[in-house]
Write a protein that binds this ligand. Structure first.
Ligand SMILES: CC(C)(COP(=O)(O)OP(=O)(O)OC[C@H]1O[C@@H](n2cnc3c(N)ncnc32)[C@H](O)[C@@H]1OP(=O)(O)O)[C@@H](O)C(=O)NCCC(=O)NCCS
Length: 167
């Protein structure tokens, strides 16, 4: 099993720019507990097992896992309806951040959008989430809207970002 310690990764440990040997694959129900665990680490409105289960079963959901060796270390969840995609959640376990995993997940999703002929990809991000905003901006997303008081846990605003699906 790959260990994060050997690569000095991490937003939480000091970003190093080291790129890990990640791979992206579909996530099965066997990983439900791990999905909940990763989500609970960053999401103030953390998702239940039932919510993840629903995503894994829904025809319009795309749930992609980031693996380091045989360990699930992150995930991206998006909804695809007709030619529009919306990224609803993206997160990495804290010790695996800052070494290319987020970008690996996003790039994998862009490839699947191209295959599905998605025209437009949108997402919402907390105004204060600088790491995520930088990832999205450097991946071709632009701010197209502001949703005031969007997050019920602290009343924070959300930026809505959009990117061409074919870009
Ligand atoms: C946001 C998140 C998914 C980014 O994933 P990551 O694996 O840490 O990011 P990467 O290592 O792939 O870095 C990609 C880019 O993101 C930006 N970035 C990542 N961490 C950053 C940080 N601490 N500060 C500023 N920018 C950062 C940079 O632009 C970086 O590009 P660079 O390496 O060329 O500078 C990850 O930090 C995370 O899981 N955070 C908690 C959950 C979350 O906030 N999800 C987003 C919800 S909208």
């Amino acid at each position: 099993m790959a260990t994060p310690e050997s690569k000095t990764p991490g937003v939480d440990n000091g970003k190093t720019g080291v790129n890990m040997d990640f791979h992206v694959a579909p996530v099965s129900h066997l990983w439900l507990g791990r999905l909940v665990e990763i989500d609970a680490n960053w999401n103030p409105k953390s998702w239940s097992v039932q919510l993840f289960e629903k995503e894994l079963s829904s025809r319009s959901s795309r749930v992609r896992g980031l693996f380091a060796g045989d360990e699930l270390v992150g995930y991206l969840i998006a909804h695809v309806v007709c030619d529009e995609a919306h990224i609803v959640s993206l997160g990495l376990a804290p010790e695996w951040r800052g070494c290319g995993g987020g970008r690996t997940l996003i790039s994998d999703f862009f490839r699947s959008c191209a295959v599905e002929r998605v025209a437009s990809i949108t997402l919402d991000v907390r105004v204060s989430n600088i790491a995520a905003r930088k990832l999205y901006e450097s991946s071709g997303f632009s701010v197209v809207g502001l949703r005031r008081n969007y997050y019920s846990d602290n009343g924070e605003d959300a930026l809505t970002m959009r990117r061409d699906g074919r870009g």
